[in-house]
Design a protein around this ligand. Structure first.
Ligand SMILES: NC(=O)c1ccc[n+]([C@@H]2O[C@H](COP(=O)([O-])OP(=O)(O)OC[C@H]3O[C@@H](n4cnc5c(N)ncnc54)[C@H](O)[C@@H]3O)[C@@H](O)[C@H]2O)c1
Length: 320
């Protein structure tokens, strides 16, 4: 395929996430939307009409007509569909987590390598403007804390909160620290079914950095944040707003008078300039550029295996 040529693109699974993919891919001049496939034919027909494209009768038929596809079906189906696509010589952007089984993930990565195809995992937070800026600011993290809290929804029931939400933070933190992991431990609770709804993972890296990652899909409040303590500053990243605040020269003073105690805290706060774009659009542009050979994949297969392996091991520690 020559640089800048249009790719024939398909979307498999047009539920919550697949609809975003369809919306973004349809807006890109580099993509020709060949069609979509979803297990709910009426829903697929509605979406196809909305985007002036075709609803295929099977994912196999759609893949056979495409150069590249997005797979946004429940995680338990990622392996089967991604394998079919790679075997047919089609590039794959598969939603996170790549699979729910390490061996299956290894098999897909090896297959993509053998066929010289791009297999990208939908770690969309990597394309968040604030996350892209973070790597340039963080040099000696001592403590990293992440919070990913979400109200309950009935969409993702095939996996727990670790593979659903917390995997984003594992991916970001291990790539930010970029040092060997010495140990990790997890705890959590299953409150609505057999999968965990709340999880806390602790990681310790060579060099001393410690990270605690917290996720819940049972909170009455939505938050996606990450903070980093470094020797000379403290950073807070807000994923939703794509913002970073840097606090320096922190100082706290307690003044004790006969009838009261006054406490004050001060720091110099810098707001980092962030180039904000739609992270999903940036993910698709990167996928296209990797197919064209003008960019190298941001998340290597090996890095993604490490993320998945920590996530799966944490699930095992929590659920057994
Ligand atoms: N990157 C992110 O931030 C993010 C966010 C949400 C979901 N996801 C991932 O996206 C995937 C889908 O999640 P969702 O929230 O969109 O779920 P969803 O339930 O809203 O959508 C799944 C869609 O897949 C369809 N489907 C089910 N079986 C199918 C099959 N055999 N063939 C074709 N279509 C089939 C369903 O009809 C539905 O439309 C999951 O892997 C999830 O982890 C990623």
């Amino acid at each position: 395929m020559s640089t800048n040529s249009k790719i024939k693109f398909g979307i498999i699974g047009v539920g919550h996430m697949g609809s975003y993919h369809l919306n973004v891919a349809a807006s890109l001049p580099t993509h020709e939307i060949v069609g979509i496939f979803d297990a709910r034919p009426e829903h697929a027909a509605e979406k196809a009409a909305l985007f002036n494209t075709r609803a295929f009768a099977s994912y196999q038929q759609l893949i056979d007509a495409c150069d590249a596809v997005t797979i946004a079906v429940p995680t338990v189906l990622h392996y089967e569909i991604a394998k079919y696509a790679l075997e047919k010589g089609v590039h794959v952007l598969v939603e996170k987590p790549i699979t729910f089984d390490l061996q299956q993930a290894e098999e897909l990565i090896a297959l993509a390598k053998q066929k010289s195809l791009v297999l990208q995992v939908g770690h969309v937070e990597r394309f968040n403007g604030a996350v892209m800026a973070l790597a340039k600011i963080v040099s000696d993290p001592l403590l990293i804390q992440t919070r990913r809290l979400h109200p309950q929804n009935n969409r993702i029931l095939d996996v727990g909160v670790v593979l659903d939400l917390l995997i984003h933070d594992i991916d970001i933190v291990i790539n930010l620290v970029n040092k060997p992991l010495l140990r990790h431990s997890a705890m959590g609770s299953c409150l609505t079914g057999k999968h965990e709804d709340i999880a806390v993972i602790e990681l310790q890296f060579e060099g001393g950095c410690i990270a605690t990652l917290t996720a819940s899909r049972l909170s009455q409040y939505k938050e996606r944040s990450l903070s980093v303590t470094q020797k000379h500053n403290f950073l807070i990243l807000n994923y939703g707003a794509q913002e970073i605040e840097i606090h320096r020269q922190g100082n706290s003073v307690t003044v004790t008078a006969p009838d009261e105690i006054k406490y004050s805290q001060e720091s110099v706060v810098e707001r980092v300039f962030i180039h904000k774009d739609n992270p999903l659009k940036s993910e698709h542009v990167h996928f296209y550029n990797c197919i064209m050979g003008t960019e190298k994949p941001l998340v290597s297969g090996e890095a993604d295996l490490k993320t998945l392996s920590i996530a799966l091991d944490s699930v095992k520690q929590i659920v057994g």
